[in-house]
Design a protein around this ligand. Structure first.
Ligand SMILES: O=C(O)CCC(=O)C(=O)O
Length: 234
């Protein structure tokens, strides 16, 4: 399967809106491979470094009852992920948006357990670090490993929010034991939900405000997120 080729209009719309959906980034067979590789990591969850692997809720949540366990830098622990079609095609698309020298930055995986009762709250990725003054553009590819609906926790975005300031964020519940950052400065009535069929992906920028609802279905909602950055050669 060839990588999607973005039209000029699609590229302009992406930079205008701060997000987009791509219907066919990869194949179902490739998603099965990714799922098996990530499942292997989730089986080793408690052996991986605790500062990189935790529930999106409580940092100490290593007791098997996680609601949204996250593995940061999954490709470091499972380099075969970089051989997948999704990785290859995401890099090709990233280079259409960010220039031909754009490179992979980091990745993470989020597993929303069935009926997990935990949203990923409204936030801008830049609130986790990075420079507020633009050093380089980033694009995150959010790749669900199955169909993603509003009810299972597909991505939702606030259009144009990447053009505004980095908002104030705080730990969920104003409680330091939580990893997840949240902003209250959001008009959620402007949200655009992006349901996807398996094989698709959403793309967003590091200041684009986004959210996923709790998984209200009886099956897990798995996602793998790849981040690419422009290379300014400086
Ligand atoms: O998958 C999710 O629930 C949230 C993903 C997210 O917030 C992100 O990739 O920045």
């Amino acid at each position: 399967m060839r990588a999607p080729r973005l039209s000029k209009t699609a590229i302009v719309e992406f930079f205008k809106n701060g997000f987009m959906s791509v219907e066919k980034l990869t194949t179902k067979g490739d998603l099965e491979v990714i799922r098996a590789l990530l499942d292997g990591l989730y089986e080793r969850f408690d052996e991986l470094p605790k500062e990189l692997v935790f529930d999106l809720g409580d940092l100490k949540y290593h007791d098997g009852t996680q609601r949204s366990p996250q593995i940061n830098l999954a490709t470091r622990f499972e380099p075969r992920l970089k051989k997948t079609l999704a990785f290859r095609n995401a890099r090709i698309v990233a280079r259409q948006l960010l220039g031909r020298d754009a490179e992979f930055g980091f990745d993470h995986a989020i597993f929303k357990a069935p009926n997990n009762k935990a949203a990923t709250p409204w936030h801008q990725d830049m609130s986790y670090g990075g420079n507020v003054e633009r050093i380089s553009w980033n694009v995150a590819f959010w790749i669900p490993l199955q169909d993603a609906t509003v009810d299972s926790g597909c991505m939702q975005f606030i259009p144009h929010s990447h053009l505004g300031p980095l908002k104030e964020h705080h730990r969920v519940g104003h409680d330091d034991k939580w990893h997840t950052l949240e902003t209250d400065d959001v008009d959620a009535s402007k949200a655009v939900a992006c349901p996807l069929k398996a094989g698709g992906a959403t793309l967003h920028m590091s200041k684009t405000m986004h959210y996923t609802a709790p998984n209200e279905t009886d099956v897990p909602r798995r996602a793998w997120i790849l981040n690419f950055r422009e290379n300014l050669n400086i």
